[in-house]
Each structure stands twice: as structure tokens, then as C-alpha cells.
Ligand binder design. Structure first.
Ligand code: MG
Length: 159
């Protein structure tokens, strides 16, 4: 057995007329994230952390936005496909930790629902996924004009 660690980061711009989807959950807000998919920065960061830890590249390589089948797709589908690829190369998830950076809306009421939804999509036990939300204290565009997310993943590989 060997341990593998991966890091992921994503950011999307907040715009009017889009739904806000974070951690696979619809969060009521007057803006959403502009993206080719549903713009779920939390899932995109997790996918990159998982792919990075597995040595499989990044999300853009596996799900290119030049491919029409990914237009408007729920990122939960990308996450399910990603974890299948991760398991296919002999890796299992030990834990995933994430940070969401958003000044608004307040995300703590949705944290548990996000964790449950992600653990279900990843087919992992309770306690494997952790989500933290932070504000950027109104400093600069991150958190106010855009929402960003970081993720780290620790995997165990069968070699
Ligand atoms: Mg993205």
C-alpha cells in the first residue's frame, strides 16, 4: 500500500441569471456561477484533488469544455465518473477536505447536505468528506465577485 495526496482549486465568476450549485446542493441566492457545466467549484476542486492524487492529470483533460456532452452537466456526474477512474487505477479514498471561499451567501446551513451528497456520490463512509466555508472579509474579488474552492484528497493505492 502507498499513500497519495492531491490538491485541487477552482474559481468561477458570480453572475445574475444562474443557479448557485455548491457541493451538489442548490443554494438559494440571487446569483450563480458562470461555467460550461453547473459551475460547482467545490466538486471541480475535489475532482482535481482526486485526479492529482491518482496521477491522472486534471478535470480539463477528462471532461473538456469543447465536448458538447458536458454543457450544463451536473458536476455530480463528473464526480461519479472521476471516482470510477480513481478506483480503476487501484486507489481508494481515505479522506477529502475542502474550503469554500464565499462572502455571501452564508453556507453553514448547507454544509451537512453537501457532505451527505458528496459522500453518497463518492460511495464513501460518513466522516470521509469535510467541508469548511470561509469568507474573504470583503478583500478583493474572490468571495464577492467569484466563489473559489480548494480541496485536498488522501488516497491509498494498492501497490
Ligand atoms: Mg470549474
Amino acid at each position: 500500500m502507498s499513500y497519495r495526496i492531491g490538491i485541487g482549486y477552482d474559481i468561477h465568476k458570480l453572475v445574475k441569471g444562474r443557479k448557485l450549485v455548491l457541493g451538489g446542493i442548490l443554494v438559494p441566492f440571487d446569483k450563480g456561477l458562470l461555467a460550461y457545466s453547473d459551475g460547482d467549484v467545490v466538486i471541480h476542486a475535489i475532482c482535481d484533488a482526486l485526479l492529482g492524487a491518482s496521477g491522472l492529470g486534471d478535470i480539463g483533460l477528462h471532461f473538456p469544455d469543447s465536448d458538447k456532452k458536458y454543457k450544463g452537466i451536473s458536476s455530480l456526474e463528473l464526480l461519479k465518473e472521476t471516482v470510477n477512474k480513481v478506483r480503476a487505477c487501484g486507489c481508494e479514498i481515505i479522506n477529502i477536505d475542502t474550503v469554500i471561499i464565499a462572502d455571501k451567501p452564508k453556507l453553514s446551513p448547507y454544509r451537512k447536505a453537501m457532505v451527505d451528497k458528496l459522500q453518497q456520490a463518492l460511495k464513501v463512509n460518513n466522516g470521509v468528506v469535510n467541508i469548511k466555508a470561509a469568507t474573504n472579509e470583503g478583500i478583493g474579488p474572490v468571495g464577492s465577485r467569484a466563489i473559489a474552492s480548494y480541496a485536498v484528497a488522501l488516497l491509498e493505492k494498492d501497490v
